[in-house]
Design a protein around this ligand. Sequence first.
Ligand code: GDP
Length: 364
Amino acid sequence: GFKMGIVGLPNVGKSTLFNALTKTAAAQAANFPFCTIEPNVGEVAVPDARLDTLAEIAGSKQIIPTRMTFVDIAGLVKGASKGEGLGNQFLANIREVDAIAHVLRCFEDGDVTHVEGRVDPVEDAEVIETELMLADLESIEKRRAGLVRKLKGNDKEAQQQDRLLAAAQEVLEEGKPARLVEVSEDDAKAWKGLQLLTTKPILYVCNVDEGSAASGNEFSARVEKMAAEQGAAMVIISAQIEEEISQLDAEEAAMFLEEMGLEEAGLDRLIRAGHKLLNLETYFTVGPKEARAWTIRVGTTAPKAAGVIHGDFEKGFIRAETIAFDDFVACKGEQGAKEAGKMRAEGKSYVVKDGDVLHFLFNT
Ligand code: GDP
C-alpha cells in the first residue's frame, strides 16, 4: 500500500488531524473499519463516489474501497537534526513513506502556544524543510564514506550511488531540497532507492480556523503561493472541524458540511490530494458479491494491475475484460455493456485507465 507521513512543527494540529482521519465515518464506511496498526499508523479508505455507483448498478453486497496509510510522525523541531541527531525511529518512519503531508499552522489562537512565538506558515515550512535537508546531508556524508572501498574496487552499483549522492549533496549544500536534482530515467530506480527525505513529494496542509475552512485565509494564501512556486500540492483544512465531523454519523456529517458551506469533508480532499500527488489511480472489480477499488500507479499495464489483487493473476494473465466506468454506468452494468459492444478484451500491453472496470482471465 501507499503511505503518507504527517509532519509539522509541534502544536500545528497534526494529532488533531490524524485522530480525525482515524475516527471519521468516511474512513470506516462500507464494512471497512479503520484499523490502527500502531498508535501512530492508520489505514483509511480512499473515498470514491464511483465505487458506490458501480455497487448500486451491480447490486454488490459489499463495497470495499482502496486504502491509504497515514503515519503521524511527531518529533520534528528546530535543531532536531543537530545534537544527537534526528531520532532513528523518526528517520526510519519518514524514510518509509511515499509522500509527506506537511501540516502548517494557519490559525491564530492565543491559547495554543506556537513554538516560534508567531504564526508564519511559510517560515514554519522552511524550518522543517531545513531540518530534513540537514538530515539528508548527514546521511549522504555517511553513505559516501561507506562507499569508498567499493569505489576502489570499481563496483558499478557503488559508482552509480555515489554519483547520485554527490548530485544530491551539491544541491543540498546550496540550501535546496534534493528533489530539485534532475534524474535520468536510467537512474530513477537507484535514485528512489536512496530514500532521501527531501525527494519525497510534498502536500502542504493548511490548518485554518473554522471560519476559513471554505475559502482559506491570508496565511493559507501565502502557502498557496509558496506551493505553486515549488510545484507542490496544497489543501486547506480545519482540523477542528474535521474532528467534530469525525464524531458524527454520515448523515449528520453531510448536514454539518452543508451548514459550513463545504462541499465535502476536508479529509476526503486530503486523501484524494495524496492519491493524486503519488500519481495513483483506481480501477474497479465489480460483481454481485463485492465492488472493490484497487490502487495502481498511472501507466500500469494490465498484468501488473492484476498482480495487485494476487501474484497468480499476474503470472497467469491471459486478458482483461475491460469496461470504461462511463460505459458501465451508461449501459447499466456488465451485461448491457457487453451487448452494446463496450466490453473490450485487452492483452498484456494494455495500459489500465483510471476508472476501468476489469475482469481478469488467467491460467492457474
Ligand atoms: P500537534 O502537536 O501538531 O500534533 O498539534 P495538536 O493536534 O496536538 O494541536 C495542538 C493544539 O492546537 C491543541 O490544543 C488543538 O486543540 C489545537 N488546534 C488544532 N487545530 C486547531 C485549529 O484549527 N484551531 C484552533 N484554534 N486550535 C487548533
